[in-house]
Write a protein that binds this ligand. Structure first.
Ligand SMILES: Nc1ncnc2c1ncn2[C@@H]1O[C@H](COP(=O)(O)OP(=O)(O)OP(=O)(O)O)[C@@H](O)[C@H]1O
Ligand SMILES: [Mg+2]
Length: 368
């Protein structure tokens, strides 16, 4: 087991700089998820730690040891890829034990190690089967087995679940989390799926444009995103952004003419800004009666329902108001139909306020 550290790491491919100075301190035993949109550099960052790509600048550490110049096979890591490529002519047991065989571990030791891993993964009865006779989930588990059997200091996983269907993906996600808890092996898991990131991670590193935007627990990132990018990337359905002008006196003015007075801390945080982007999560917006009396710090407006989706226990309601698309998540009592006129309200204290320029968060929601 070991900690993992990226220190001022940079990487370019030709003229294209894809990693622009990354610092990350990953603790021993932690499960860290790298998440971000396609092309943001997640795999490149992982592959540098594995030794499959060379860093142009900065330092990579596994434990206390700087590993930049150490061969991949000597880094004591195991990788699991999206394409888990089991050898088709070998049995599942031979596949799991292959890494040990090429390292010269004898047959008896190998059989013992494979049996132990098979037990952990619930594959005991399948060891004599060939990969083509296994389900997708079983093959995925076999790929995990191949990594576990080596008892590495660090697991590096690059989208290992993306070849599976939705249900199996969720099951395997839970299995990986349980397994990681049991083995306590430091793990970096790459995905572009924010739900996977939120549910799996001890801490998440959100990457964008070759930089770490924020590194923290899922709860921290959700409650206090540092900028619009992080706020917009985490959460499903995505957070709503609504622009409002600042009157200069701690009041926000909306396009429909309503003006609300901000609580002191929010007013202080936006002084000097001419306008702000309000970030309000779909679950923070309520449907209210049209004649609800105005109250301090409550933003409200009429909107038309453009689409309503029932998820069983809750419903997503898509609305439109003066060119703003606003999404709500409500308990499934919503009986409105598409085209219905409804009235919405939210408390400005439940909103994050972002700078229009650059998108950094000026003040996080004080109530959620
Ligand atoms: N060998 C390479 N040569 C040139 N460019 C590369 C190479 N590998 C990656 N890139 C580029 O570097 C950038 C980051 O790629 P990377 O594979 O790290 O992204 P990613 O975040 O893993 O994306 P995805 O979610 O699609 O897997 C991309 O613009 C990609 O085109
Ligand atoms: Mg990738």
């Amino acid at each position: 087991m070991a900690s993992v550290k990226y220190e001022r790491v940079t990487k370019s491919f030709g003229d294209l700089t894809v990693i622009k100075g990354v610092d990350l301190d990953i603790r021993d035993g932690e499960l860290v998820v790298f998440v971000g949109p396609s092309g943001c550099g997640k795999s490149t960052l992982l592959r540098m730690m594995a030794g499959l790509e060379e860093a142009d600048g900065g330092n990579l550490y596994i434990g206390e040891k700087r590993v930049n110049d150490i061969l991949p096979k000597n880094r004591n890591i195991a990788m699991v890829f999206q394409n888990y490529a089991l050898f088709p002519h070998m049995t599942l047991g031979e596949n799991i034990g292959f890494g040990l065989k090429i390292r010269g571990v004898n047959k008896k030791e190998r059989a013992k190690a494979v049996a132990k891993v098979a037990e952990i993964l619930g594959l005991e009865k399948l060891l004599d089967r060939q990969p083509r006779a296994l389900s997708g989930g079983q093959r995925q588990r076999a790929a995990m087995g191949r990594a576990i059997v080596r008892d590495p200091a660090v697991f590096l996983m690059d989208e290992p679940l993306s070849n599976l269907d939705a249900k199996l993906r969720t099951q395997m996600r839970i299995e990986i989390k349980k397994l990681q808890r049991r083995l306590k092996t430091t793990t970096i898991f790459v995905t572009h799926d924010q739900v996977e990131a939120m549910t799996l991670a001890d801490r998440i590193a959100v990457l964008h444009d070759g930089r770490v935007q924020q590194f923290g627990t899922p709860a921290e990132l959700y409650a206090s995103p540092v900028n619009k990018f992080v706020a917009g990337f985490l959460g499903s359905p995505a957070i709503n952004f609504i622009r409002a002008d600042h009157t200069g006196k701690g009041e926000l003015s909306f396009p429909d003419g309503q003006i609300i007075t901000l609580p002191k801390d929010q007013a202080r945080a936006i002084s000097g800004q001419k306008a702000v982007e309000i970030g309000i999560r779909p679950e923070q917006i309520k449907i209210v009666k049209k004649d609800t009396a105005p109250a301090d710090g409550i933003v409200n407006w009429s909107a038309k329902v453009t689409l309503a989706e029932s998820l069983g226990g809750e419903a997503l309601v898509y609305t439109s108001h003066g060119g703003h698309e606003v999404t709500l998540k409500v308990a499934n009592r919503f009986a409105g139909y598409e085209g219905a006129d409804i009235h919405l309200a939210f408390d400005i204290r439940c909103a994050h306020l972002f700078a229009v320029d650059g998108g950094q968060c000026l003040v996080s929601a004080s109530e959620q």
